[in-house]
Write a new protein. Structure first.
Lengths: 345, 279
């Protein structure tokens, strides 16, 4: 795969050209924060952002999506999103999260709704230029990425180094006018950015290796930290809502006004919400707040990793740290407490 | 991994099935029998289907008939939520959506061959167990002694009367029944289902024991089985959770690292030692 150097002006021109031919989603400013949205012009694109409010997950697993339509008594029809789009500005930690979801939705029972959107997307990732205030990607080993993107941009003062990571990305790179071969000095600059990010995207330091977490959690099930932290939990599900690796969903039917047809929708759900495990009866299997609080951190550190080959399902974006009102959601604080009390050996 | 994955097939798309028969068995339990419109379908006792009622929603229900009965499948539905109430209102010939069968954790049809089997059922816990009980009765020669214990809350909630009556008259199966509360008309056992465990004639310590009932029942049955020295790897539990998607994605039915819809719904008790949320 090839590496090129693109001036920022040339890249903006390329984005404007893309916008004329297809849907381009990028990072835009929202007041003093940032979020992914459809771009109308390259001027709106802010690749110097610190972190987006919502992870880019919503373009593959929307908050609400129609799975099927039906005519009552006459069967069901699948509904798929077919539009191709380009997603610009995905940070490495969010990219790792997307790649984890890819594995989850493609393995065993393949989820065609997710996978179609995923296959229709071209991802132009970019290295972090401004660390956000609660990021801990360095601790999770997700501060930089080597694969999973179509194109990866790294800002080296005035220009981008663009590397392709797939055939799709290769084709895209070829279309950028004014792209040149980078010099050795340029590549050294990029190495420097990577080196700094691997060190500095770390506002919270995890006291163990991420790969130690499953074993640590093996012995932490009855630790008092779950009750202590969950005492102030509102069960609001904000930590689930902003998480790039949370993918639990609910499915509901919606009937049209004519009462003859309708659609079946899936929407995000959250394991922290009361009622998540409620069944008719009524029985509720995870009624206790502390159990739900523990479940989330076990999913991130143990259950999901076991499903996807060991990778820890917390990518260190720090969104839950910001979103949590009682300030208990920070996984690093909980895991560190367990390391202190139980040790990793 | 993405290559193996077929994005042409939609795992959420139900097939259509037609209601062939229905019978109200007691004030809350409805027996329904469906045939699939696009042909037969294969299943193993213990597996579940997701039943869709257009406009209402979807609910996971374990198949109650034995796979030896070809061409149709039976469910028993307690009227308790939106979908189950809608199933009660269905008329003969009405269409429903069916997804499945789901669940890799089924009754150990092969492993149980030649073994003595004990079924402990609490109330509608009989429904999923009936699939395997009838399967075993249809292949009676291949299995050892069969014991079925049934505990029901009260007489009015009993169901499958004629089938149960037939079991109690068969010589090749020991059937025992009890109700928690009885009135003067009841001549049988009174008490919870665990009171029947000491009356089992077959040697318990070598038998395979299958348990299905309301959540509260498991704890007590497992205590009694422990007293009777039944090894944990011989005990199978049929667990119920909120199985929304049926394909191991949505997260609702998760018990620690297990997904009931994929890894269950029938679990070997010894496998659940790593899943404290199960019982």
């Amino acid at each position: 795969m090839s590496v090129k150097k693109v001036g920022k002006g040339a890249f903006a021109k390329f984005v404007d050209k893309l916008i004329r031919t297809q849907t381009v989603i990028g990072v835009k400013a929202r007041g003093d924060r940032f979020d992914f949205d459809v771009l109308e012009s390259a001027k709106e694109l802010r690749l110097d952002y610190d972190r987006t409010l919502q992870p880019p997950k919503k373009y593959f697993l929307p908050a609400v999506e129609t799975l099927l339509t039906y005519e009552i008594g006459d069967g069901y029809k699948s509904v798929f999103d077919e539009g191709e789009f380009v997603l610009i500005g995905v940070h490495p930690y969010d990219l790792v999260a997307i790649n984890q979801l890819d594995r989850i939705f493609s393995q065993d029972n393949c989820d065609a709704h997710y996978m179609k959107r995923r296959n229709n997307a071209t991802i132009i990732a970019c290295d972090v230029a401004t660390p956000s205030k609660n990021v801990f990607a360095s601790s999770m080993g997700t501060a930089t990425v080597k694969k999973g993107f179509d194109v990866l941009l790294t800002d080296i003062c005035g220009a981008y180094i663009a590397e392709s990571g797939s055939r799709k990305g290769e084709a895209m790179l070829a279309k950028i006018e004014g792209a040149v071969k980078p010099t050795k000095e340029d590549l050294k600059q990029r190495e420097k950015v990577w080196g700094e990010n691997r060190k500095n995207l770390n506002k919270h330091q995890l006291k163990c290796k991420p790969s130690d977490l499953p074993k640590l959690l093996d012995k932490a099930y009855k630790h008092p930290v779950w009750e202590e932290k969950a005492k102030t939990c509102f069960s609001c599900g904000s930590c689930n809502l902003v998480c790039p690796t949370c993918y639990c969903f609910n499915v509901q039917d919606d009937v049209s006004w004519d009462m003859k047809s309708g659609k079946r929708e899936r929407c995000w759900d959250g394991c922290l919400l009361d009622g998540f495990t409620k069944v008719a009866g009524p029985h509720e299997f995870r009624k206790n707040r502390a159990d739900r609080f523990r479940h989330r951190l076990y999913r991130k550190g143990k259950y999901v990793p076991a499903k996807i080959g060991g990778e820890i399902a917390c990518v260190g974006c720090g969104r839950c740290v910001d979103a949590c009102l009682p300030d208990i959601a920070n996984p690093v604080n909980v895991y560190n407490r367990l390391v202190d009390d139980l040790g990793v050996k | 991994m993405q290559k193996r994955c077929s994005i042409e097939k939609d795992i959420y798309l139900p097939r259509l099935a037609t209601l062939e028969k229905k019978r109200l068995m007691n004030p809350t339990e409805m027996y329904v029998r469906f045939t699939l419109d696009d042909g037969d379908f294969e299943f193993i006792p213990g597996q579940l289907v997701e039943v869709s009622i257009a406009g209402i929603g979807e609910a996971p229900i374990t198949i109650s008939s034995s796979p030896t009965q070809k061409g149709y499948f039976e469910l028993v539905v307690r009227r308790i939520g939106n979908v189950t109430n809608a199933i009660h209102r269905l008329r003969i010939g009405d269409k429903v959506g069916i997804r499945g069968p789901y669940g890799n954790g089924t009754y150990p049809v092969k492993e149980a061959k030649g073994r003595n089997l004990v079924f402990v059922c609490g109330g509608i816990g009989l429904v999923p167990q009936r699939s395997f009980i009838n399967y075993v009765l249809d292949k009676r020669g291949e299995y050892g002694d069969i014991t079925v214990l049934l505990g029901t809350k009260c007489m009015a909630q009993r169901f499958f009367h004629s089938e149960i009556d037939a079991w109690s008259h068969r010589k090749d199966i020991q059937f025992m029944e009890t109700v928690d509360q009885a009135d003067d008309c009841w001549l049988g056992n009174v008490g919870v289902v665990t009171t029947l465990i000491p009356k089992i004639e077959t040697e318990l310590s070598s038998a395979l024991v299958f348990v299905c009932g309301p959540p509260v029942m498991y704890k007590f049955v497992l205590l009694s089985l422990d007293e009777a020295k039944v090894p944990r790897e011989n005990i199978y539990l049929n667990l119920e959770r909120k199985m929304r998607c049926g394909v191991g994605k949505c997260g609702h039915c998760q018990i620690n690292n297990f997904y009931v819809c994929v890894d269950g719904p029938v679990f070997r008790y010894s496998d659940l030692s790593v899943a404290p949320e199960a019982i």
